[in-house]
Structure formats: structure tokens, C-alpha cells
Design a protein around this ligand. Structure first.
Ligand code: GDP
Length: 139
């Protein structure tokens, strides 16, 4: 499997609750190399664009409100099979269903406020990484 990249955010709940360090530690312990990293905050327009695929869902308004209410940590991660392995490390969307040892099992409180984002495909990882980082910020 080729070495490749995925994109993650530590969501506002993870930042508010003081879990930046704990989550980044699980990421690096999981074998991912951090190649881009920043603390930033999404505007409403950013969140609407980022989650456009969910715009027809009943929770869309709640999701945009949540994702814009405070700072997030954005990062690009590198590892063999990065997208799939990172989805395994974060666990199920609903932390009630997340496996032991996953980031969401440890840090997420609900299906909405679930601590972390992980890209669902190589294509989206590239789009989402480019949304947050210029070429010279990707090491
Ligand atoms: P993910 O790929 O595991 O993040 O899950 P999805 O792509 O299905 O959903 C994107 C994000 O929307 C999730 O991570 C949650 O933050 C949010 N979300 C998904 N389902 C619900 C829901 O039923 N209620 C609320 N409030 N938020 C949800």
C-alpha cells in the first residue's frame, strides 16, 4: 500500500474540553506523521461548504452551528493506507458504537459532538487538506 495522506479536524468540543494533546498523542501513537497543523476557526460559510454533502440532512443547521462555535485543530496526516486506517482509529460516527481504543470512544460525547473528523476518501482528503493549507504549509 502506498504511503498517503488524510485530513483531520479536532472539532470544537475536543478543543473546548482540553483534548488537543490527548488526541494528537493518539494520532502519533497510531503511526501517523503530522505534515500540516493549525488552530483555526471555521466561518459559517466554511462549515456550509465543508459539509455541503449533508446540506439536506435535518441536522445540518445544528452541525454548522457546532462546527463554528469555537476553534478547531486542522491537520494533514501521512501514513500507509492513511484514509482507511484513520477512520479505524477515530471509530464510529456515534461514540456509543465506537470500538474500544478509538478516539471517539475515549473523547466523543454524542453523534453530533464527536471530537474528530476524518476524510472518507483519498479524493476528499486532498480537497479538505487544500481547503485549510497552502502548498507551502504541507510538509
Ligand atoms: P463521519 O464521517 O463519521 O464524521 O460522519 P458523517 O459524514 O455521517 O457525518 C458528518 C458529521 O455530521 C458527523 O461527524 C457529526 O458531527 C454530524 N452528524 C452526523 N449525524 C448526525 C446526527 O444525527 N445529528 C447531529 N447533530 N449531527 C450529526
Amino acid at each position: 500500500m502506498a504511503t498517503n495522506r488524510t485530513f483531520t479536524m479536532i472539532k470544537p468540543d475536543g478543543v473546548e474540553n482540553g483534548h488537543i494533546g490527548g488526541i494528537l498523542n493518539m494520532i502519533t501513537e497510531g503511526g501517523f506523521k503530522i505534515v500540516s497543523l493549525k488552530l483555526t476557526q471555521l466561518t459559517v460559510a466554511d462549515a456550509q461548504q465543508f459539509y455541503a454533502i449533508h446540506s439536506a440532512r435535518p441536522f445540518f443547521g445544528e452541525l454548522v452551528e457546532f462546527m463554528t462555535r469555537g476553534p478547531i485543530v486542522a491537520a494533514i496526516l501521512e501514513k500507509e493506507n492513511a484514509v482507511e486506517d484513520f477512520r479505524t482509529l477515530i471509530g464510529a460516527t456515534n461514540p456509543a458504537d465506537a470500538a474500544e481504543g478509538t478516539i471517539r470512544k475515549k473523547y466523543a460525547k454524542s453523534i453530533g459532538e464527536n471530537a474528530v473528523h476524518g476524510s472518507d476518501s483519498d479524493e476528499n482528503a486532498a480537497i479538505e487538506g487544500a481547503f485549510h493549507f497552502s502548498g507551502r504549509e504541507q510538509f
